[in-house]
Design a protein around this ligand. Structure first.
Ligand code: PLP
Length: 429
């Protein structure tokens, strides 16, 4: 019997799934607060080196709310935002603005104005047009830290990485494009800008250490090139996020606490070989901080066996609260929270209630026989679930609850029908 099981029943953060459902109803996002905190602490503890300055930035697009901003701040991490909405959320939560990194390939005028007004720490410029827009907005006597998003031509996927010869990403400017150098020189000339360095991000849910090593090496080589060709010393290097999480038994993420010091050591050695000053190194984990802390609880409704023998189990949520299966064919594992020790020997397809045949939550999962009113707990839903949720079919977004030490705390309320029509206007009134 695992420590998460008492009387055949799933416990998360010391709270039983049954109690959570009774209190907050379903569908429900549940996040184990201690797990999130211990991941933050792992990065703080292991992404360090005696001779390299480092900083860990939480990528807020994975999961953001006011409470999450407070948690991230209390653990001493910085925050990356990619929209005015994320920035506003952080500001409302009282997150220190100097620890904000503002990303995005097409920040609007309003978003840039907001970033300047809030005095965010760093704006990561994506391209020339954005740079010129930004320059025109900066008030006299104000200086803005900027990084430039570059594309190192490496694309990493779950189990492989490739060095692309054509550079078609919508993000950043290619390091293989000579005109990128001109832009760097240009940035360096503006009095209102403090050029800090390069940002790049090679993908998500990556399981190969080599991808990150290759990535760091490529950017360092570019930093050396830039110095040789322009004399500009690049002080900072942000390598983005992308560390994999474990969704099913097939996923084999590497141990970050061993890898992070290795990565830094490699960066130190490569810098020495290239005879450049070792830059300050940033990483931006999103998924690896929150994914495994999250569960989605659903109530089982009906079941159905098709003529060809496929067995469906229907739940009271849908792709509107669980996008990643429909979007990426992502795989998940689940348990019946009230039948944890029962033998899971039959394969089921878990389907939602949306009017869409692609509304599948899990294609194939072994479960004990599901019955109406059972609680289905889908694992590893802490990242890119709440943040990707929608109101498709006018379904209301679930509540989000933090659990810790046997206690639960509501951090995002369940949407109501009134919320759904809040912005609607009638034709005649
Ligand atoms: C998405 C993203 C991240 C986080 O990626 P994870 O895979 O969730 O760690 C970090 N930085 C940037 C710029 C991103 O776009």
């Amino acid at each position: 019997m695992s420590k998460n099981t008492i009387n055949n029943h799933l416990y998360i953060g010391g709270v039983s799934a049954f109690d959570l459902v009774r209190t907050y109803h379903t569908p429900l996002y549940v996040m184990d607060e201690s797990k999130i905190r211990s991941q933050c602490q792992m990065f703080k503890k292991h992404f360090v080196s005696d001779h390299i300055e480092t900083e860990t930035i939480y990528a807020s697009k994975a999961f953001l709310s006011l409470a999450m901003c407070e948690l991230v701040d209390s653990e001493g991490l910085s925050l990356d935002v990619v929209s005015g909405g994320e920035l506003y959320t952080a500001h409302q939560a009282g997150f220190p603005m100097h620890k904000i990194y503002f990303h995005g390939n097409n920040k609007s005028l309003e978003e840039l104005k907001l970033a300047i007004e809030y005095q965010v720490g760093t704006i990561v410029v994506d391209h020339r047009h954005e740079l010129l827009t930004l320059i025109n907005l900066i008030p006299k006597n104000q200086k803005i830290n900027v990084m430039l998003r570059v594309n190192p031509g490496i694309e990493a996927h779950t189990h492989e990485y490739i060095r692309t010869t054509h550079h078609d990403s919508k993000f950043g400017l290619s390091i293989y494009d000579e005109s990128t150098l001109d832009l760097i020189k240009e940035i360096n000339q503006y009095d209102s800008l403090i050029f800090k360095g390069f940002h790049s991000h090679i993908g998500s849910q990556i399981f190969e250490e080599q991808s990150f090593i290759e990535h760091a090496q490529t950017v360092l080589t570019y930093i050396s090139d830039v110095y040789l060709k322009t004399g500009i010393v690049v002080e900072e290097m942000n390598l983005g996020g992308g560390f994999g999480a474990k969704y099913t038994a097939e996923d084999k993420p590497f141990e970050l606490k061993f890898f992070l010091p290795t990565l830094l050591e490699h960066i130190g050695e490569t810098s020495k070989k290239l005879r450049i000053k070792v830059p300050k190194v940033f990483i931006e984990p999103g998924r690896s901080i929150v994914a495994e802390a999250g569960y989605t609880l659903y109530t089982v409704g009906g079941t159905k066996k098709t003529t060809s023998g496929k067995q469906y189990v229907f739940i009271d949520g849908s792709m509107a609260d669980h996008m990643r299966t429909a979007l990426y064919q992502a795989k998940y594992d689940a348990v019946i929270a009230n039948k944890l020790n029962d033998e899971a020997n039959t394969s089921y397809t878990v389907a939602g209630k949306a009017c869409e045949s692609g509304d599948i939550i899990i294609k194939d999962v072994k479960l004990p026989k599901p019955e109406a009113n059972d609680i289905l707990a889908v694992k590893t839903t802490g990242a890119y679930h709440y943040s990707m949720s929608s109101n498709y079919n006018r379904l209301t977004r679930p509540a989000v609850v933090f659990v810790k030490d046997g206690k639960s705390k509501l951090i995002v309320q369940r949407e109501t029908y009134q919320d759904l029509i809040r912005n609607d206007l009638k034709l005649e009134d």
